[in-house]
Design a protein around this ligand. Sequence first.
Ligand SMILES: Nc1ncnc2c1ncn2[C@@H]1O[C@H](COP(=O)(O)OP(=O)(O)OP(=O)(O)O)[C@@H](O)[C@H]1O
Ligand SMILES: [Mg+2]
Length: 454
Amino acid sequence: MVEKLENILLQVSKSPIIDEGKLEQATQLIVKSVIEGLDISRVGVWLYDDESACIKSDYLLDANQGEQSSATVCAVDFPNYFNALKQERTIIANRAIEHPATSELKDYLAHYGIVAMLDVPLRHKGKMIGVMCCESIQKNRQWSSDEVAFVGILADIYGRAVSAAERVKYEQLLISHNEQLEQRVAERTQSLEDALSNFKQAQDRLVETEKMAALGKLVAGVAHEVNTPLGIAVTATTHCEHRLKKLKQSFEDGKISRNALTQYIDDTLDAYTLMNSNLERAASLIQNFKKTAVDQSSFELVECALCDYISSLVMSLRPMVKNKKVSINTHCKQELTIKTYRGALAQVITNLISNCAEHAFKAPDKNHQIDIFVEKQDNDALLRITDNGAGIDPAIQHKIFEPFYTTARDDGGSGLGLSIVYNLVQRKLNGTIEVQSQLNEGTTFIVRLPNILD
Ligand SMILES: Nc1ncnc2c1ncn2[C@@H]1O[C@H](COP(=O)(O)OP(=O)(O)OP(=O)(O)O)[C@@H](O)[C@H]1O
Ligand SMILES: [Mg+2]
């Protein structure tokens, strides 16, 4: 190949434009190089349409007139030319007006004064996508084999540029898909985080509501319980006052007898004993209530002597189960002190005992009993809260800790009690809780708590 052509090829082949994906610039470079190498005035890159029925000039350059506007040539008008293109071979028409493939383009040839044509197929991934048309107006122009090879190589380089443009297009598509994906993942993550934080807030609110509900039950029960001894004490005082007024009257009338005075003294002493025992009972109820009620509304990490604390708590809870005639007993072999959230523990036990009253003891005449055993096992404190009630059907035992699972929806059960108990034991108290139950025999909840202090 002549040196001039070789040099041009080297320049084009080395140009970064070809592989950068900028097809328009690469096309211009290739077309200009053909014009320069063949020393002709017109070169065009023509591409097939989708059906390969027409070719349309993608870039058409006239060295004298500059860039030409786009034109279309179709098979219906020039069947011979298209048949020749179909062969996918280079058309070398030194005398275009006479060549069987190009003679039917006579009007076009005449219009531009074209004498010779060299049409080289353009290929991409092995498929012909168009043709590079080189047109010469020079008389007796003979295309040399070097020139044919030269344009063939440039046509291949054009194919390389198309591949690069395609690759860049897909890369950009990939980048934009990736960005969209990242955006979506970020949005999803955000919405999941929002949902989680809403859920946590809702859960906290529920725990708070439950806490207040448990406290409400406790207050109502204690108030009712305190009312009875206070009522008795008030009645006894009124009775004493009435007797005293009568005694005063008898004294003023000078009619007081020894017998009546003795009777009065005995009655009054009895009344005082009654008043004392009832006021003491009321005071001790209030005392126990004070010990536990404060804890129910505040969760603080404190040292807790389990046996003592649970006994006081149980005293306060008795009124809650009184109308079901339930006796609650605490069994402790030794005092165990643990570091824990007493309020949370109180809420756990309150819920478990309230559940016994509501679900375990339905039969009215049975001897209802709740026993709370406190013992040490390994390094943990083990609480067993046992009732001798209805038991839980084995088929539903695995569901009772789920939120909103209740068998008492019609009686106003929300099904939150045990799920809150579960969360408090597992998360707040760092312990575990499990259930053992047999129908018609009773239920035992086993709560294991860590952090025993020596
Ligand atoms: N000691 C028990 N004996 C028999 N069944 C029980 C006992 N404790 C709980 N259950 C069963 O477990 C279910 C779930 O209890 P949970 O405390 O979560 O809800 P609830 O008591 O029905 O409603 P809430 O506590 O919200 O008022 C109860 O509906 C009941 O069927
Ligand atoms: Mg409950």
